[in-house]
Design a protein around this ligand. Structure first.
Ligand SMILES: [Zn+2]
Length: 83
């Protein structure tokens, strides 16, 4: 598992001030999970990312999308706000 650093703003947060979001379990994700299980390894889930409290709500609205789509949308939302 990766350390809790928000994937949007890069802020490292303490427990309770952010959370991990699991996005849609696509075929790719299922395959990855099976592979890790087969090999007895534990890794950072490929459909999961950390979000600080500030970005958690927006991210959780997109959790039904595959992570690639959700991240593309989030990046659009937050890059347009910053510029
Ligand atoms: Zn953040």
């Amino acid at each position: 598992m990766k350390p809790p650093i928000c994937v949007i703003c890069g802020k490292r947060f303490s427990p309770g001030t952010g959370d991990i979001i699991y996005f849609k379990e696509t075929e790719e994700v299922k395959e990855w999970n099976k592979k890790m299980e087969r090999e007895g390894r534990v890794g950072h889930p490929i459909n999961a990312e950390w979000f600080c409290n500030e970005h958690l709500e927006q991210a959780s609205k997109l959790r039904d999308l595959p992570i690639q789509e959700a991240m593309a949308k989030l990046k659009l939302i937050y890059s347009s706000k910053e510029n």
